[in-house]
Design a protein around this ligand. Structure first.
Ligand code: FCB
Length: 409
């Protein structure tokens, strides 16, 4: 299965999950308070990035997604750290020097402590604060960066942090969640416009600015009308509503899709809570799972990708991956998902790249270090890196731009 010419192949990370010692971030403060495993030194990627990018190159990746840690760049309000920004300039140059296209996320779940302390994403000023930070970063890194993701998974962020109370600031408020939703949308649109203005002003080649959007394959667990209705409603609300807004505001040069799993709807009644949230707990639709219990559903990626056709912009798979202690399972996961990416391309979805989550094992937020998502294994005691077999096999696909499915698995 041949992939389009110039297809982007690579993996993704985020600063807080791999760098280590991000002690100006709200998560850092929250971990001990919530009794969570501390992120500590994480993978020490902040110091070992050159080594890691050598491995990336060895695995034939031609693209790499990483994020900038806002809390390093602006540790106090309005005070920008030259040291931090110079670090990221070097990081981006290190990728370019290896012929790897950097794809940069500006916000990946964490905030500076000062920002969180003054109301975070609920405070209306969040938008101008975020845009000011983006402007600073884009001016410093822009000559070497073409692809920007403004915000990673807004829907996951606002639901976990403001509705379910699972992530800092642990709010459980529908109203606050809606405010944050609105603010994140507006922040994206403003940042999108500002980034384009800067590139124009400085006469740089046009950038591509988008978002990384978490999408699940939504399915009804039986054919009852209420269930089909609930599934259609959720697909619209959870998957498409945000994109509709951003598309209406002409702020999507591409769509980044983060795809992991299926959402199986089982609404027992027409009550709004059931329609919006009830999922199937029965055993008759069982899937194999990753080590966190998320169902593995490769054909859902096709479903999700096809639903994006109407936006008529390039689609980049910005995250897709599995946490498992069985590396064969990882290889099977990659192949089966890539088969569906290929099918989507055949059906006319303009997919331009595939980034596996994650380049290396890392700090999986509230779950700590136990889940192993990496192409590269990390020994957290020594920071030693071991390239997994699945990574090597994926590296062959990247090199050949071609997937030859291994049916023996
Ligand atoms: C996504 C996040 C990423 C990682 C994966 C497993 O929702 O964007 O940081 O945690 O899930």
């Amino acid at each position: 299965m041949e992939f389009p010419k110039n297809f982007y192949w690579g993996a993704a990370t985020s600063s807080y999950q791999v760098e280590g010692c991000n002690n100006n971030a709200d998560w850092w403060q929250w971990e001990p308070r919530a009794g969570k495993e501390p992120s500590g030194d994480a993978c020490r990627h902040y110091e070992l990035y050159e080594t890691d990018f050598d491995l990336v190159k060895g695995l034939n990746h031609n693209a790499h997604r990483l994020s900038i840690e806002w809390s390093r760049i602006e540790p106090q309000e309005g005070l920008f750290s030259d040291e931090a920004v110079n670090h990221y300039v070097k990081v981006i140059k290190a990728l370019r020097a290896r012929g790897i296209e950097p794809m940069v996320t500006l916000h990946h779940f964490t905030n500076p402590i000062w920002f969180a302390a003054s109301g975070g994403w609920v405070n209306k000023r969040c938008i101008s604060r975020f845009v000011r930070y983006c402007e600073f970063v884009v001016r410093a890194l822009g000559t070497d960066v073409r692809y920007w993701f403004t915000i990673n998974e807004p829907t996951v962020y606002f639901s976990h942090a403001y509705l379910w109370g699972m992530w800092p600031p642990q709010k459980r408020s529908f109203l606050q969640m809606m405010t944050v939703y609105r603010h994140l949308n507006e922040a994206h649109v403003k940042a999108y416009q500002r980034i384009h203005q800067i590139y124009q002003e400085l006469n740089w080649k046009k950038p591509a600015v988008g978002i990384a959007h978490h999408m699940q394959a939504v399915a009804a667990c039986d054919t009852r009308l209420v269930n089909r209705f609930a599934a259609a409603l959720r697909a619209q609300l959870y998957n498409l509503q945000l994109l509709d807004y951003l598309a209406r505001n002409k702020s999507l040069d591409f769509i980044g899709v983060n795809y992991y799993s299926r959402h199986l709807v089982h609404a027992h009644s027409w009550w709004i809570g059931d329609l919006l949230m009830e999922t199937c707990k029965d055993n008759h639709h069982l899937l194999r799972t990753n080590s966190l219990g998320w169902g593995i559903y490769p054909e859902g990626l096709l479903q999700v990708l096809v639903s994006l056709k109407k936006y008529n912009v390039p689609v980049l798979i910005s995250e897709n991956g599995i946490c498992t202690d069985d590396d064969n399972q990882r290889w099977e996961f990659i192949q089966s998902h890539l088969e569906n990416v290929h099918l989507a391309i055949q059906q006319g979805v303009p997919v331009i790249g595939y980034l596996y989550w994650s380049l290396m094992d890392n700090f999986e937020w509230a779950y700590g270090f136990r889940p192993r998502f990496g192409l590269i294994e990390i020994d957290y005691k020594t920071a030693h890196r071991t390239v997994r077999e699945s990574a090597k096999k994926f590296g062959e696909i990247c090199k050949k731009n071609n997937l030859c499915v291994d049916r023996h698995l």
